[in-house]
Design a protein around this ligand. Structure first.
Ligand code: ZN
Length: 163
């Protein structure tokens, strides 16, 4: 996961849909640039239907039968670090994803953003350092390579080293 590089064609990232108390996994996976759908209002049967029609792997805290059309990963760990480690072990290609490529809120791919194309609330420290900016085409949030991406890299590094 190197910032500023695009995902190479040889890397095939898994795509997920999440059901149950796994909100922190949604955020972490999106931080890694992984396509992860989540709708807290969706029932389990509707989540399963969405997983099948959209060809997503179902991450769930509730046991669901695997079928030939539905791939299920049951998460039984309770700590977010353990949950994430479980997912990384099964899908190591997640680490090849591009950080800062996906909106943490909407799951949309971020676009490059130039200051001046529309008003934005960006801290002066970010402007001063002339960090590359990205913008969500849906909710218009602006992202940059800041403290939380650094925390994320550190977290992943720690998890890998503790294997
Ligand atoms: Zn967004």
């Amino acid at each position: 996961m190197k910032n500023g590089e695009s995902i190479s064609a040889s890397v095939s990232l898994p795509r997920f849909i999440v059901f149950g108390a796994l909100k922190s996994m949604v955020k972490r996976l999106r931080m890694c640039g992984v396509d992860c759908a989540y709708n807290g209002g969706l029932s389990l049967p509707n989540t399963i239907l969405a997983a099948i029609s959209d060809e997503r792997i179902l991450l769930t805290t509730v046991p669901v039968a695997d079928t030939f059309r539905l791939k299920v990963v049951l998460i039984s760990e309770s700590h977010p670090d353990s949950q994430f480690k479980h997912i990384l072990k099964l899908f190591p290609s997640i680490l090849e994803g591009e950080a800062l490529s996906t909106c943490l809120v909407c799951n949309y791919r971020l676009e490059n953003y130039q200051i001046g194309t529309s008003p934005a609330d960006i801290p002066p420290s970010v402007l001063d350092r002339q960090l590359p900016l990205r913008r969500c085409p849906k909710c218009a949030r602006i992202y940059w390579d800041g403290s939380h991406t650094e925390r994320m890299r550190q977290l992943i590094k720690n998890l890998i080293e503790s294997h």
